[in-house]
Design a binder for this molecule. Structure first.
Ligand code: ADP
Ligand code: MG
Length: 682
């Protein structure tokens, strides 16, 4: 039923509710509080003392609006209970005079201060009217996500007035045995507990029920997708022949790290089974993912297949090509590079080699998946910086061959519990350590008044022949914020402290071809400093770049800062990352975490805890967030249980056809459009 049919919801409110994603009565019921104000312990007024945070219930004995000299209008009410009286004061809220009447009983919660005697400044009030019975014991107040023109109190009022008529319409759909096993409350009870809890603990019980449901659904979908993705391969499994791979191992100029060896082992096991591989290789910048992909490619090749590595930019593709050519030259393997800027003849030569069924390693950009590029016998596809490609790109590449194995690589570390849920349809390998000999980047936090010194430090690095980056959160200055911007600072710096150096500007509004050429000149040492926005995040390995200065660091997420920092420290020299600026204590705490560790997984976990899932993946996630209630860090244990339950359900009933799963099936298909492609629902 559309919300417009509900009492108290006119066109204006319906429009505002729509902005919160609330269109039906059902949406309204599932619009759950994001926090609670605990007003369940009521104190006698006589016991209040300045500095306390307290809840009281009392009758209004007098009230009025008091103007102040500075034009502020304050609503005040004097409230009495059996023990005494106190003045309550609401600065700037004169309209309350129309809402609160003499003789009304109010529940007030707020802080007590001393102002001509004790005074309460309510954060929250509930007007119990003249009929105060039943609520005198206090209550827990729900605080809802709100939007412009629709305060949480109005939302609370709407929900409060509809709850009793809506709840009886809610049906439980999880099997009773599961609810018992997990000690979960019934859905209608859970919703009541969330909206109108008797205590915080009760609200949490309701929350757990909804969180479990969300997690269970996501795991069911992921597991199902996982099974479909790993359907038996038409061809045969690869065999570990130890020809090319052993040759490479012997000729490597370094020894593999333990994580690298482990990841290669896991990948080989996948490739040698008769199911399709669908694996994510996670590892910090510089952890050495490329070499792992090269080993996997060689396994495909020694089995007579072709392998492809796809990178998001020409520059990265070229870099992989050079690395691979260099490593493989000694064992007589010659890779092919395929990018959009290949000229006619080179393109024809590459196409010819790809069309012949001989083993081959092809490295390229998404030119690899364009029309006209055909592989004769593609056995493995590796996608580097996988988050930069859409699902459709990856699908197009795996459609090229005869159901090739798929290896995805990502330099954005994700906490394990998050990876399990977000990438439940993938197996995950992680590179947790850095290759030996790599020095951690020295990271320091400097206040604005240290600007000159910080810039002078960068200048000295440049003077020794190194290169550097200066990073800004925005391209241009604007009236709305007083953020320093790349464009203006590029001018200022190149004429000021970096005078005499070659300083280039790099940001997302510069055409891609030009950006590429700037990065190329930086790589070749023709540019000393890049003044840039986050476009350099996924960039290139310039070992000579040893210093990065980031302005307004508080404007970046921790994981993003970590990605940025990964651009330096790629060589054997000591390198530095300087965070410059003045900001509040919250940001300072966050940035201290960042400065104190070099471990991407640790940083990702902190980032996740601080910013939440939605923000962390905001840029790549389209549509509604995956979870409204569940929190992957806080609900880690629940998440693991939900995963096990999902496995058990699908093991016993892969198509969700048993009668006890009918409810799950129905709700799943109503809530998640993805369910439609995964199950034959209807
Ligand atoms: P990323 O994981 O960021 O893609 P790369 O694969 O580009 O990292 O590797 C970064 C650099 O480290 C490359 O120059 C690579 O040759 C080197 N490297 C990889 N593995 C090792 C190792 N085990 N020991 C020393 N150097 C290594
Ligand atoms: Mg890489």
């Amino acid at each position: 039923m559309p919300v417009t049919y509900l009492k108290g919801v006119g066109p204006m409110r319906a429009e505002a509710l729509g902005r919160l994603g609330i269109r039906t009565a059902r949406d309204l019921l599932f619009h759950v509080p994001h926090r609670y104000e605990d007003a369940s312990t009521v104190r006698p007024i006589s016991s209040l003392e300045p500095g306390m945070d307290a809840t009281i219930v009392g009758r209004v004995i007098s009230k009025g609006i008091i103007p102040t000299r500075r034009g502020l209008r304050i609503f005040q009410a004097v409230v009495r209970d059996e023990s005494g009286i106190i003045e309550a004061s609401w600065p700037g809220q004169p309209f309350l005079d129309r809402v609160i009447a003499k003789e009304d009983t109010l529940l007030l919660t707020g802080t007590v201060r001393f102002y001509h005697g004790r005074q309460l400044q309510p954060r929250e009030y509930v007007n119990l009217g003249t009929d105060a019975a039943g609520l005198a014991g206090g209550r827990v107040l729900s605080v809802y996500p709100a939007t412009e023109g629709l305060s949480f109190k109005v939302i609370r009022g709407i929900i409060e007035s509809q709850l009793d008529s809506l709840l009886p319409l809610v049906r439980e759909f999880l099997p009773p045995s599961l609810l018992r096993e997990m000690s979960l409350v019934l859905l209608p009870d859970a919703l009541r507990m969330l909206h109108r809890p008797a205590s915080i603990a009760e609200a949490m019980r309701g929350r757990t029920r909804l969180a479990f449901e969300e997690l269970l659904f996501v795991h069911i979908l992921q597991r199902r997708a996982n099974r479909l993705a790993r359907e038996k391969r038409a061809g045969t499994a690869f065999t570990n022949r130890r020809q090319l791979t052993s040759a490479l191992k012997e000729s490597l100029p370094f020894t593999l790290t333990k994580s690298q060896t482990g990841a290669i082992r896991e990948i080989f096991a996948d490739m040698c089974s008769d199911r399709k591989m669908h694996r994510l290789l996670q590892g910090d910048v510089g952890s050495g993912k490329t070499i792992v992909a090269v080993f996997a490619s060689l396994l495909a090749m020694e089995n007579g297949y072709q392998a492809a590595i796809m990178a998001p930019t020409e520059l990265l593709a070229e870099q992989h090509f050079m690395t691979a050519s260099h490593l493989l030259g000694t064992i007589g393997v010659e890779p092919v590079l395929v990018t959009g800027s290949l000229t006619g003849r080179a393109r024809a030569a590459a196409a010819e080699r790809m069309a012949s069924p001989a083993p081959l390693l092809v490295i390229g950009t998404h030119a690899l998946i364009q029309q006209g590029t055909e592989f004769a016998r593609l056995g493995l596809v590796t996608v580097d910086e996988q988050h930069r490609f859409g699902v459709e790109h990856r699908a197009a590449l795996s459609a090229k061959g005869d159901s090739p194995d798929v290896l995805l690589m990502s330099a954005t570390p994700i906490p394990r519990s998050v990876a399990l849920t977000r990438f439940g349809d993938l197996d995950v390998s992680a590179l947790r350590e850095r290759p030996a000999g790599r020095q951690p980047v020295t990271t320091v936090v400097r206040p604005e008044k240290g600007r000159e010194k910080a810039l002078a430090f960068v200048r000295r690095e440049l003077d020794t022949g190194r290169q550097g980056y200066v990073v800004y959160p925005v391209i241009e200055e604007s009236e709305k914020t007083d953020l320093k911007a790349a464009t203006t600072m590029h001018q200022e710096l190149s004429m000021g402290v970096f005078a005499g150096k070659t300083v280039a500007l790099l940001h997302g509004r510069i055409p891609a071809a030009e950006r590429d050429s700037i990065m190329r000149r930086f790589r070749d040492g023709a540019i000393d400093v890049l003044v840039a926005t986050t476009v350099i995040e996924v960039g290139i390995d310039v070992a000579n770049a040893s210093v990065m200065l980031i302005e307004h660091p508080e404007r970046f997420g921790l994981s993003q800062l970590h990605q940025l920092r990964g651009r330096v420290g790629r060589g054997a020299e000591a390198s530095y990352c300087i965070l410059l600026g003045d900001y509040g204590p919250d940001s300072a705490e966050r940035l201290e975490i960042f400065a104190s560790t070099d471990d991407g997984f640790e940083i990702a976990e902190a980032d996740y805890r601080i910013r939440g899932y939605g923000n962390m993946f905001g840029e790549e996630q389209s549509g509604a967030p995956l979870f409204k209630v569940a929190d992957l860090i806080r609900d880690e244990a629940l998440n693991l249980e939900a995963r096990q339950v999902a496995e058990r359900i699908l093991d016993s009933d892969p198509e969700l056809q048993l009668p006890e799963h009918a409810g799950i099936r129905k709700v799943l298909s109503a809530r998640y459009s993805r369910a439609l492609e995964l199950f034959r629902v209807g």
